[in-house]
Design a binder for this molecule. Structure first.
Ligand code: ADP
Ligand code: 2PG
Length: 445
């Protein structure tokens, strides 16, 4: 995978560590570890299926990593696969043999996604009890297959998505709302088909909650209309949301429209869910690569979450603490952490959570020699930008000042992108084909 990193003495180490982390998260390899076939016998995790029993085996799916998963599944199933369709983010297409790939908008849903979602639902709905539906799910699915309930338009959903994503809400909150406005999310896809279902999931939600990843189209949903309304009010977007959306959620709360299927519902007995990989794959491989590079390596078991700038500051502050000699890790070292932060976006700036994390970290490590912090989104696109993240060093703040760049303002205006670009601090990977949250590194040589 080509990595364009800014020049620095740490360049080759960062390249190796990040490269190893991204390679380890390859969705195809992850799927091949979980799904095996010998003749007509299919093994998925601990479950076995006799493919002779099924009239048809169809795959549907959505998410940034779904195309690599589909490629691997085609290899495993060979002639047993009757085709299907998956939806990926525009620009993430890769060649497939039997599975149709549709590109659609992310993070804001678009018309292509709406049409794709219709096709996907129709494909699932035509299947019967003697068919097997394999669902490939990864982060991004919620936006890629919008299926708004009656009375809510695509434009309304686009507006709501914009509001939710900028509100600082955690993904569980965002998706609790989305699940109550959809005919596909929150277990509705499972309800719409009579086929046996196997859902293979590459998780981009810390904690791997099935109901949160891609809004759990084949998972029962414990959340309620009432909670969705409370979340929107707490995040101060209720009054800004389109009237059609408020109306639908209020009707749901009164019991005038049906709730999403709840845990315990009989339908889900014929659904198998398998998490094929998550953030940890990347972290472990990155840590191993750092060790191989001769660095003392610490892998954080606690994910970094919360506001990106705060998380960046806290993570980077460890460098100063360790350099004062208070710590137990001596140079050269590499701290490896994962997680997924959020940004409460105000204004019209351009950036993403990894870039914001890096800018905040730059302030914290300023003046420390041979010290770097890198933050990257494993999918290769940080926020609505064309970069994966950024790397900053102990001299980044000075360099910014010399160039007349105000990093503090870049943070308050959520405008990290232009500053990092001017500083040549961006990490560019292009679409990586995977999506397992973020990777954060603190490197001191
Ligand atoms: N100007 C900005 N500065 C910082 N973060 C932003 C900005 N604009 C959007 N974001 C963040 O980008 C996130 C969406 O980015 P994306 O990388 O696509 O997320 P995901 O990987 O979860 O799909 C939003 O949650 C929002 O917080
Ligand atoms: O699809 C989704 O619901 C989320 C979480 O899985 O992914 P993303 O944040 O990438 O849109």
């Amino acid at each position: 995978m080509p990595l364009a990193l800014p020049a620095s003495s740490a360049r080759s180490i960062l390249r190796r560590v990040i490269g190893a982390g991204l390679r380890a998260a390859d969705p195809a390899s992850a799927l091949l570890k979980c799904v095996h076939r010998a003749g007509h016998r299919l093994q998925v995790g601990h479950r076995r299926y006799d493919l002779r029993f099924f009239d048809r085996v169809v795959v549907v799916g959505a998410g940034k990593a779904s195309v690599r998963m589909a490629q691997a599944l085609e290899r495993v199933l060979g002639p047993y696969l009757d085709g299907g369709l998956i939806v990926v983010k525009t620009g993430h297409r890769l060649p497939t043999k039997r599975v149709t790939v549709i590109e659609a908008g992310h993070p804001i849903p678009d018309r292509a996604g709406l049409e794709a979602a219709k096709q996907l639902c129709a494909r699932a709905a035509e299947l019967g009890p003697r068919d097997l539906l394999i669902v490939l799910l990864s982060g991004g699915a919620s936006s890629l297959i919008p299926a708004p309930v009656d009375g809510v338009s695509l434009a309304d959903k686009q507006k709501l998505t914009q509001l939710l994503l900028r509100s600082g809400a955690a993904i569980q909150e965002v998706n609790a709302v989305r699940k109550h406005l959809s005919t596909i999310k929150g277990g509705r896809l499972a309800e719409a088909t009579r086929a046996r279902i196997v859902t293979l999931i590459l998780s981009d939600v810390i904690g791997d909650e099935l109901t949160a990843i891609g809004s759990g189209p084949t998972t029962p949903d414990p959340s309620t209309y009432r909670e969705a309304i409370a979340i929107m009010k707490r995040r101060r977007i209720w009054m800004k949301a389109p009237a059609s959306i408020r109306r639908h959620l209020e009707r749901g709360d009164r019991g005038d429209v049906s709730e999403t299927p709840k845990p315990g519902a009989a339908r889900f007995r014929r659904v198998q869910h398998e998490i094929i990989g998550n953030n940890e794959m990347t972290l472990v491989a990155a840590a191993q690569a750092a060790q191989r590079a001769g660095l003392r390596t610490v892998l954080f078991s606690t994910p970094l979450v919360g506001e990106a700038a705060q998380a960046g500051k806290t993570f980077a502050s460890l460098a100063a603490r360790l350099s004062e000699g208070n710590g137990i890790v001596r140079r050269p070292y590499c701290l490896v952490a994962g997680g997924e932060t959020t940004v409460t976006v105000t204004g019209r700036g351009t950036g993403g959570r990894a870039q914001e994390f890096a800018v905040a970290a730059a302030g914290e490590i300023s003046g420390l020699h041979k010290t770097w912090v890198a933050a990257i989104g494993t999918d290769g696109t940080d926020g609505p930008t064309d970069v994966a993240g950024a790397v900053v060093s102990g001299s980044t703040l000075d360099q910014a000042k010399r160039n007349g760049l105000n990093l503090r303002r870049a943070l308050t205006q959520h405008n990290a992108y232009p500053a990092l670009r001017a500083l040549k601090s961006h990490i560019v990977t292009g679409p990586t084909g995977t999506n397992v949250n973020d990777l954060y590194l603190l490197l001191a040589l």
